[in-house]
Write a protein that binds this ligand. Structure first.
Ligand code: ADP
Ligand code: MG
Length: 502
């Protein structure tokens, strides 16, 4: 059993779907605007949630490309607002990845785009479908494997490579790799158990995906115990029990998630018991998960409990601080955002119970960035944490040991911004209105307002007695720039980091 611990694997960030996308990108012809736009959409799709992508990118098209200036056509003023204000940076990045000469994007509303049958329109649902697994049947939540066998979809987003491994979850991960390399081998059945949101479903689905990668012809079925119960009930109702039994004997790998949900269903348990035995005897792989250890499954048939424990039983433990931080960092890359390490540490420190909670919280931050074009401050995060997760800061929290942001003054900000833009303090606060000085000045005013919450009057005073409307104007201007200028987003992030750490 301990030999599993020795199994390791380099964790590359490859995602199969990425290479799939690459092929599609190369395969298409970039000469026409429609194909160019298709390429851009293929790049955008994985970075934006599916409902948002469908809502805002349907009926859009590329109208013109000239001298690095792109004109994108959108069907409504709403779409115009969303693309130009919320998704602009992502769109620009996607364009520049394909053609570095693209400098500028303009958006134009053409209501004719909303009409059906426009040949310039790319069906965004096709883009999403292409972006997903080849096993996916659009709109159908399960896969037909032939012989009447169906599997709930194995989502390609779960892989063994993108499961972050730390000291406490090394064992279940290694066991899954062993099973994926040799299904029906010595770790049979593999039984993973542990609390909610710790990655059991991820590991089960990833194991299924990995087996299919290694053995494309194997029939891999993933379902929850509830799905199994429903199928049994249905088969009884339709009097097709024999077909049901025969069907499951054809499976090579049966993955059943959340077996605790068999509950007291004696008939279903009985049926599962027979399926289990037949598959096991035929050296077929079984992978199971539950929220508790086999012997603690109160309503489970004694014979099943003992079978669950026959192979390898591994607990999935909550990840330690380093692993939580690594998960957050990985997810930031995946979401294509930059968040200061200090903020990530802050989150990893406060959300300890479940990875789902952790990733969910990061998603909130992503939405905040999309809407406000700035990473929320620690103060804002504190409020969010206590509102969403009831987290109250305790004595001795990391956040309290560090120099508090609130102890900083506008002078710290002025010095940092001047240093960063290689200006003197007097240049930054003085009257010079040349652009290379004016913009850093506006950034500095913005940061002081945003981070220290100084009044416009007070900031004006710090900058050589300027009028508060000048400061307000600067503040609004920077917010406006942030919507379009990814370099500025980076500058601000770096500056915040400098100020946090100083
Ligand atoms: P469970 O089935 O145990 O309730 P899930 O597998 O649904 O938990 O995990 C919840 C979320 O956390 C999923 O999005 C999953 O991808 C993610 N997750 C959990 N553990 C890890 C990990 N070690 N590395 C990366 N993502 C993880
Ligand atoms: Mg689960």
């Amino acid at each position: 059993m301990t030999s599993v611990e020795l199994l390791t694997r380099p964790s590359s960030q490859d995602v199969q779907s990425a290479s799939l996308r690459e092929e599609q990108l190369n395969a298409s012809d970039s000469s026409s605007p429609k194909e160019f736009w298709r390429k851009v959409l293929l790049r955008l799709a994985p970075t934006i949630s599916e409902p948002k992508f469908i809502t805002w990118f349907s009926n859009t098209t590329l109208l013109n490309l000239e001298n690095g200036v792109i004109v994108v056509g959108v069907p409504t003023t709403f779409a115009h607002k969303m693309l130009s204000e919320v998704f602009h940076v992502k769109i620009l990045q996607a364009f520049q990845e394909i053609d570095p000469n693209v400098r500028e994007i303009r958006y134009e509303v053409h209501s004719s785009l909303a009409q059906k049958g426009n040949s310039q329109i790319i069906e965004v649902r096709d883009i999403i479908a292409k972006d997903k697994t080849v096993r996916k049947i659009p709109g159908v939540p399960q896969v037909n494997l032939g012989d009447g066998l169906k599997s709930r979809l194995l989502s390609q987003k779960y892989t063994l490579d993108n499961f972050i491994v730390g000291k406490d979850n090394r064992l279940p991960h290694a066991a899954c790799i062993a099973v994926a390399n040799s299904p029906g081998g010595i770790y049979n059945p593999l039984f993973l158990f542990g609390g909610v949101g710790l990655g059991k479903t991820h590991l089960l689905q990833a194991t299924g995906n990995e087996i299919l990668k290694n053995f494309p012809n194997k029939k891999v079925v993933y379902l929850t115990s509830e799905n199994f119960v429903n199928e049994v009930v249905e088969a009884i109702r339709r009097r097709t029990m024999n077909e049901f039994k025969a069907r499951y004997r054809k499976v090579d790998v049966l993955i059943v998630d959340d077996v605790q949900f068999f509950g007291e269903r004696a008939t279903s348990q009985e049926e599962f018991f027979h399926t289990f035995n037949d598959l096991y005897d035929a050296n077929k792989q079984l992978v199971l998960s539950s929220d508790r250890a086999p012997h603690e499954l109160d309503y489970m048939d004694q014979r099943l409990k003992s079978r669950f424990g026959m192979g390898m039983v591994v607990e999935v433990l909550p990840p330690d601080f380093e692993t939580r931080l690594a998960i957050l960092q990985y997810k930031c890359q995946e979401f294509n955002i930059f968040v200061d390490r200090e903020i990530l540490e802050f989150i990893a420190h406060h959300l300890q119970r479940s990875v789902r909670e952790l990733v969910g919280f990061l998603r909130q931050i992503v939405s905040a960035i999309e809407l406000q074009h700035a990473v929320p401050t620690k103060e804002e995060l504190r409020v969010l944490l206590s509102r969403l997760h009831g987290v109250q800061l305790k004595e001795g929290d990391v956040s309290n040991q560090e120099p508090a942001y609130s102890k900083k003054t506008s002078e710290d900000f002025i010095v940092a911004v001047a240093h960063y833009f290689k200006l003197t303090r007097d240049e930054l606060t003085g009257p010079d209105r040349r652009k290379e000085i004016q913009i850093p000045r506006q950034i500095c005013m913005y940061l002081i307002r945003q981070e220290l919450n100084y009044s416009y009057e007070r900031i004006g005073y710090e900058f050589g007695g300027r009028n508060h409307t000048t400061v307000l104007h600067a503040y609004e201007k920077v917010i406006e720039y942030l919507k379009h200028d990814s370099r500025l987003v980076r500058d601000i992030n770096v500056l915040k980091k400098m100020l946090y750490l100083a």
